[in-house]
Design a protein around this ligand. Structure first.
Ligand code: ZN
Length: 253
């Protein structure tokens, strides 16, 4: 019921809203929790492209940092958890629109055996989707997509020992770099709220990565003293009116 009311409010209010000026970084996981055709995501981007321009994620972070392009309506994309459909459906659609994304991956999910994956999909990410393979990830990297770190096992980065942080953050980064033969400068922490990371963990992330992303406090470009980029959560099958509603908010420094 609460969800229904929320949907009605977002749809009716969202109809009259449009994307505000500034740079919007979106954060998604998949087109939908269930298996949906790529046309669903294509259709959403077609609608969004009528009111905003899409830019590569690397350009978005530079513009936000340098406070440029504030009079344009710009959208950049990021996807967490590294599901196979990022390679089979999402990346091809983004390429159709001449843009790219950052994909934040969990090396443990990719390397895990059947039992590991079962636990990961059932108890951690709650969707029955396979991960991308390293081969797929390498191809995306070669095509100019950004491959980022999302911890080794998708753990919540609160209250962990230094040893655990080292394993979850540094070892995951090393595994990605070893596979791609390229430095991994992007990190997005799990669950995304500012309460889902503590100071010690954030320091580890910031020491190891040039760009760190959360998913909270969207109307501000940054959290944690300008050190973390905030992203707005949406998924590829959400109605455009809902997305318009969220992106109509003026962004601030
Ligand atoms: Zn995640």
């Amino acid at each position: 019921m609460k969800k229904l009311i929320r949907n009605i409010v977002l749809s009716t209010t969202g109809q009259f809203k449009s994307v505000a000026n500034g740079i919007h970084i979106l954060n998604s996981h998949y087109i939908g929790r269930n298996d949906l055709p790529k046309e669903v995501f294509h259709d959403l981007l077609k609608k969004l492209s009528k009111q905003a321009d899409f830019i590569p994620i690397k350009d978005a972070v530079v513009a936000i940092k340098e406070k440029t392009r504030q009079n344009q309506k710009l959208i950049a994309f990021t996807f967490d958890d590294g599901f196979e459909e990022c390679y089979t459906k999402i990346a091809p659609v983004l390429s159709d629109f001449n843009t790219n994304a950052a994909f934040f991956i969990n090396p443990g999910f990719i390397d895990g055996d059947k039992e590991y994956r079962k636990n990961f999909t059932e108890n951690i990410v709650h969707t029955n989707k396979a991960p991308m393979t390293w081969e797929m990830i390498k191809k995306l990297h070669q095509q100019g997509f950004v491959i980022g770190n999302h911890t080794l096992d998708h753990v919540r980065l609160v209250g962990l020992t230094n040893e655990e942080l080292q394993r979850q953050i540094n070892n995951a980064k090393n595994r990605i770099e070893e596979q791609l033969q390229s430095s991994c400068d992007y990190f997005a922490w799990t669950y995304g709220r500012n309460s889902d990371i503590d100071e010690n963990a954030l320091n580890y992330c910031l020491n190891e990565h040039q760009y760190v992303f959360g998913g909270d406090n969207y109307t501000n470009y940054f959290s944690f003293n300008n050190s973390v980029f905030n992203r707005r959560h949406i998924e590829g099958n959400w109605p455009v009116s809902h997305i318009n509603y969220f992106l109509s908010k003026q962004k601030k420094y």
